[in-house]
Design a protein around this ligand. Structure first.
Ligand SMILES: Cc1cc2nc3c(=O)[nH]c(=O)nc-3n(C[C@H](O)[C@H](O)[C@H](O)COP(=O)(O)O)c2cc1C
Length: 376
């Protein structure tokens, strides 16, 4: 039986050569939102991994939408030129399709980079005023965000649209709107963070309204042949929060709007919410969404083994898997997964001499990769 993980998948006009996706990963290494040599090195080597899709990190649609001052942005001509330069080189040398995640961090913006503690910036650190659906801080010690009014909501929707237009000009193959991890669009969706009394709060239908308006507007400007997806939360994991049934309802609406996939993640709406860590912790939710909707489903979270990834796809629990830390740990994860699953993967020509078809040392180096064993 040929590997299902290494079978292609069509998303609108884009064919991914396999179902392994490198999850978006903030690098906290930009200056004024601009990509630089770090992004070139990081994305450059990820693009040689053999994955079916490389997602670029959460990219702010306005300066205040960045999580940290060092997060990537795509809100200015300067940002666009810097990212276009990096992407042109990555595309020239890496064969992997490229997607970008566009985001607004809402009340979780204006924090230090993780290796400086990840806590809210102080005024001396040039903290900025955050925004959210309601004036509710993320947690103890966090600043109170400004509740969004109609004018700023229109401006934010336009900011998502303008960033999508910039991403289209750069030539990204796919765009993903971030609506998970407790950031702005998730904050609208979740009753934990959305206490509004207008048509954007209250019922699930109302809480979905702003994210759906954003997605509909992005779909209008994003080229028709290129896929649009969302990262959504499968569960808030807190009392009174979003459930997997809410995720199903949201996914159905997204499908009606012409979205091409959802990526199922979870947690992040409140400090400590849903700190799951068991292998494949989002897979049961993804499987439910896949079985109850017509949407293509990607799943992320503690997927580390080739056999595990193959099983998720082959049993129809999801259509794609996304891996984050496993790819940081081992950017050749897809090579070794192909070896373990008996699939053929072309290597970049300058690396071809390390392919197991040409180099017996590959089998000595990874004896555990005999078909059916775990991957590197
Ligand atoms: C360094 C790092 C940066 C991340 N940045 C993002 C991001 O930009 N957008 C996002 O949706 N998730 C982000 N995540 C979460 C990952 O995409 C992924 O959902 C999470 O790490 C679970 O997958 P894993 O178990 O394969 O690491 C990040 C994770 C890591 C480790």
């Amino acid at each position: 039986m040929p590997s299902q993980l290494f079978s292609p998948i069509d998303l609108r006009g884009l064919t991914l050569p396999n179902r392994i996706v490198i999850a978006p990963m903030c690098q906290y290494s930009a200056v004024d939102g601009n990509a630089n040599e770090w992004h070139l090195i990081h994305l450059g080597h990820m693009a040689l991994s053999g994955a079916g899709l490389l997602m670029i990190e959460a990219t702010g649609v306005e300066p205040e939408g960045r999580i940290t001052p060092a997060c990537l942005g795509l809100y200015s001509d300067e940002n666009e030129a810097a990212l276009a330069k990096v992407i042109a080189t990555v595309r020239e040398h890496g064969g992997t399709p490229l997607g970008i995640q566009i985001a607004h961090a809402g009340r979780k913006a204006s924090v230090h980079v993780p290796w400086e503690g990840g806590q809210p910036l102080s005024e001396q650190d040039s903290a900025w005023k955050t925004v959210a659906p309601s004036a509710l801080p993320f947690g103890d010690g966090w600043p109170e965000p400004r509740a969004l009014g109609a004018v700023k909501m229109d401006a934010l929707r336009d900011a998502f649209v303008a960033t999508a237009e910039r991403a289209a000009r750069i030539g990204f193959d796919l765009i993903e709107v971030h609506a998970a991890h407790g950031y702005l669009l998730h904050e609208f969706l979740s009753p934990v963070s959305n206490h509004r009394r207008d048509e954007y709060g209250g019922s699930l239908e109302n809480r979905m309204r702003f994210p759906l308006e954003v997605v509909a507007s992005v779909r209008q400007v994003w080229p028709d042949q290129r896929p649009l997806g969302l990262r959504i939360t499968g569960s808030d994991g807190v009392e009174g929060g979003l459930t997997d049934d809410d995720a199903v309802a949201f996914t159905r609406k997204l499908h009606e709007l012409g979205c091409d996939y959802v990526c199922i993640s979870s947690g992040g709406i409140a400090p400590g919410a849903f700190l799951a860590s068991e292998p494949g912790y989002n897979v049961p939710i993804a499987a439910k969404i896949k079985s109850e909707t017509d949407m293509a489903v990607r799943v992320v979270g503690q997927i580390t083994e080739a056999i595990q990834a193959e099983d998720i796809i082959a049993t129809g629990q999801a259509d794609m898997v996304a891996l984050a830390r496993a790819l940081l740990d081992n950017p050749r994860w897809p090579w070794h997964a192909a070896q373990a699953l008996g699939a053929h993967l072309d290597y970049p020509p300058p690396y071809a001499r390390s392919h197991p078809d040409l180099w017996p040392g590959a089998k000595l180096l990874h004896p555990e990769l005999a078909r059916g064993a775990k991957s590197g």
